[in-house]
Design a protein around this ligand. Sequence first.
Ligand SMILES: NC(=O)c1ccc[n+]([C@@H]2O[C@H](COP(=O)([O-])OP(=O)(O)OC[C@H]3O[C@@H](n4cnc5c(N)ncnc54)[C@H](O)[C@@H]3O)[C@@H](O)[C@H]2O)c1
Length: 227
Amino acid sequence: MSNSKPVKRFIVIDKTVHKLYGSKVSQYFDERGVIYKILPLTTTEENKSMELVTKILEEIHHLGIDRRSEPIIALGGGVCLDVVGLAASLYRRRTPYIRVPTTLLSYVDASVGAKTGVNFAGGKNKLGSYKVLPALLHGEAVNIDMSFMVYVAQQKGLLTKDEKDRIIQCMLGLELPVWHQECSLALVQKSLRERLKHSAGSVRMPLPTGLGRAGKTISSVCLPSSI
Ligand SMILES: NC(=O)c1ccc[n+]([C@@H]2O[C@H](COP(=O)([O-])OP(=O)(O)OC[C@H]3O[C@@H](n4cnc5c(N)ncnc54)[C@H](O)[C@@H]3O)[C@@H](O)[C@H]2O)c1
């Protein structure tokens, strides 16, 4: 029996994007048994304001999310990502958020920085925040690596889903990070490719094989195509 709690997600989506793809987004979460709330908002330059930030914060508060393990998801253009980013930086002093850009500009922006903002007193992006990417403490980075290995082990059939969930919940219970927003699929693939170059064509990964049992190293892995 799994003792993991259900996954909960709060998604803010641009209204136009919702009209076009809302049903697919709902289907994605339904199929995975996620408890979720989708908040479609008109996110245009004209209403890129603190009122929109407050509206988002009220809804987050209403749903109640765990800031350590339940990142907010922003799905839309640059306005949507900027507004949700600011709300996330304010909620409980900082809550992680995931940016899903749907315009070319926001795609480029999302890949380079973590600026957030709203228009204020007639000025563009007058209120906002700029997140300097925190260097992870060594122990935190190690834990993220261990958590990643747990996922790979499950994919490889070395761990059951329940075992994986128990390990991840244990890490979260110890307030250790199991993921970092900069840790994208592209970054993982790039790092693995680099490792491959420097280790004579084979990648070795320390994979757990059960609760409290570690030690299986695999020397050749397919680069993961999804996380
Ligand atoms: N955070 C940063 O680093 C950064 C950098 C530069 C600009 N920006 C901000 O980005 C904003 C501009 O972003 P933008 O150009 O994405 O505009 P936008 O967010 O205003 O979106 C433009 C329009 O496209 C619609 N839209 C979004 N995705 C769509 C899709 N897939 N299909 C159809 N319609 C879609 C939206 O409903 C909206 O009406 C500005 O407010 C700017 O300040 C942020």
